[in-house]
Design a protein around this ligand. Structure first.
Ligand code: G6P
Ligand code: MG
Length: 222
């Protein structure tokens, strides 16, 4: 039986992945770099500065931006993001998530967050979910972001569990890669086009059914 579920935040617990995209799109268009949803799949799960650098790479003329200018653009992105998430409340918890968290509690399975966001605690608070979490990994706690496994390893270590006893849930390519690299069972939420590496894939959060996830985990560990 697994001992912990480690949840990604943006795009799994709530749809802030969309707000990150809209905020980056605004910044990118100010920089004269059009970005679309297809490109955005590469940004999902990736930290703020790394995301900005990936966008800047699309326009070679902007590769010369100073550190200070980059910091400015990153702050601008975050200001816009914070405006977009202002109205988030518990009604923005994605379908199936509260049921899954409750099932974890009922079965005494630990719950952790594995997010690359500096805003993770702020968002969890707005959703009214902070109390569910035994441990929170956010951008402050890791040096190497996803797809590096550090986020998930730090969470398992803090819970004093081995990675093979944990299940990670992710909506991003980088995140599924990170879970797999940690030797953890990976649950992908979304499209097979981006998440084909997931050990178990569901199309959206409403399909995250506790018993089904456990069954798949046990099959994989049999
Ligand atoms: C998550 C999101 C990314 C975001 C990153 C940093 O990984 O999926 O889209 O860029 O967090 O978020 P932050 O709130 O620190 O800018
Ligand atoms: Mg995500």
């Amino acid at each position: 039986f697994p001992q912990a579920f480690i949840y990604d935040l943006d795009g799994v617990i709530t749809d802030t992945a969309e707000f990150h995209f809209l905020a980056w799109q605004k910044i990118a268009s100010e920089l004269d770099i059009p970005i679309d949803r297809h490109f955005n799949e590469q940004l999902k799960g990736v930290g703020r500065m790394d995301s900005l650098n990936m966008i800047l790479k699309l326009n070679p003329a902007l590769s010369e931006l100073s550190e200070k200018e980059k910091q400015n653009w990153a702050s601008k992105k975050n200001e816009h993001y914070l405006e977009l998430v202002e109205t988030i409340d518990p009604s923005h918890i994605l379908p199936g998530i509260l049921e899954l968290l409750s099932a974890n509690k009922e079965k005494n399975i630990k719950i952790a967050l594995g997010s690359a966001s500096k805003n993770a605690r702020h968002i969890l608070g707005k959703l009214g979910l902070t109390a569910y979490f035994d441990y929170i990994v956010d951008a402050e706690k890791v040096k190497k972001g996803k797809p590096d496994p550090e986020t998930f390893i730090v969470a398992a270590d803090a819970l004093r569990l081995s990675c093979s006893d944990c299940i990670g849930i992710e909506d991003s390519t980088a995140g599924v890669e990170a879970i797999n690299a940690a030797n953890m069972f990976s649950v992908g939420v979304g499209d097979a086009a981006h998440l084909s590496e997931a050990d178990y894939l569901v199309s959206d959060t409403s399909k995250l059914v506790f018993e089904e996830i456990i069954e798949r985990y046990q099959q994989a560990n049999a």
